[in-house]
Design a protein around this ligand. Structure first.
Ligand code: FMN
Length: 208
């Protein structure tokens, strides 16, 4: 059987969401999945980015490491994991622009039945991680993705993360994801890859 294909499409400005994305990739790879890590690109003009110290430089640094996510990536994937920092309790415009670009695939029904999952980062403890993750459940439902939450399916969920997906609280971008938060993210990668593989086995079994 071919390796399970996992697309991790994230936006990150200061590295927190990127850290979770890499741990999710590790988890998926532990389960034998092939992973594409992709960073959504900025949608504001360069002069706007220049007003926020470090934004231009950090974006260039991350863009050198990760290609931009494309519709082809989403079509390729068996599972799509979206990651975003919180913006006023919801998804970033940058990641949403990528999701909106999937309209053509949605129209053709090509995303139906793929696995979908989400993760994210806020600055403050109650700054909107859960509302952000839940806000992404809406487009995932419209796209026809089979949403895979974490629940409390691993004991680490009693110590970090949320039942909706892996999270980090960056305290105004002063701290990186902790060992426990990264463990949740690795669990998410393993879980997503495992569910996607089981769905593929089921599809092979019942298509005949
Ligand atoms: C325009 C804007 C809105 C934000 N809104 C929130 C918010 O509602 N709650 C919160 O806790 N953090 C908010 N943040 C902070 C980021 O979500 C937080 O710093 C996050 O950890 C950054 O992740 P990153 O390092 O992956 O870019 C906001 C940041 C910006 C620039």
């Amino acid at each position: 059987m071919a390796a399970t294909k996992v697309l991790i499409a994230f936006y990150s400005r200061n590295g927190s969401t990127e850290g979770l994305a890499k741990a999710i990739a590790e988890g998926a790879e532990i389960e034998g999945a092939e992973v594409r890590l992709r960073r959504a690109r900025e949608i504001v003009p360069a002069d706007v980015m220049a007003k926020a110290p470090g934004w231009t430089e950090k974006a260039a640094e991350m863009n050198a490491k990760y290609a931009a996510p494309t519709a082809e990536d989403a079509e390729w994937a068996d599972a799509i994991v979206f990651g975003t920092p919180t913006r006023f309790g919801s998804v970033t415009s940058e990641l949403k622009a990528y999701i909106d670009s999937l309209g053509g695939l949605w129209f053709q029904g090509k995303l139906n039945g793929k696995v979908g999952s989400v993760f994210g980062s806020t600055s403050s403890m109650h700054g909107g991680n859960e509302s952000t993750l839940l806000s992404l459940y809406n487009p995932m439902a419209h796209l026809g993705l089979i949403i895979v939450p974490l629940g409390y399916a691993d004991p680490i969920l009693f110590h970090a993360g949320t039942p909706y997906g892996a999270t980090h609280v960056s305290l105004q971008d002063t701290i990186a994801p902790s060992a426990k938060e990264l463990e949740v993210a690795r669990f998410q990668g393993r879980r997503v890859a495992t569910v996607a593989r089981r769905l593929a086995i089921g599809a092979e079994t019942f298509s005949n």
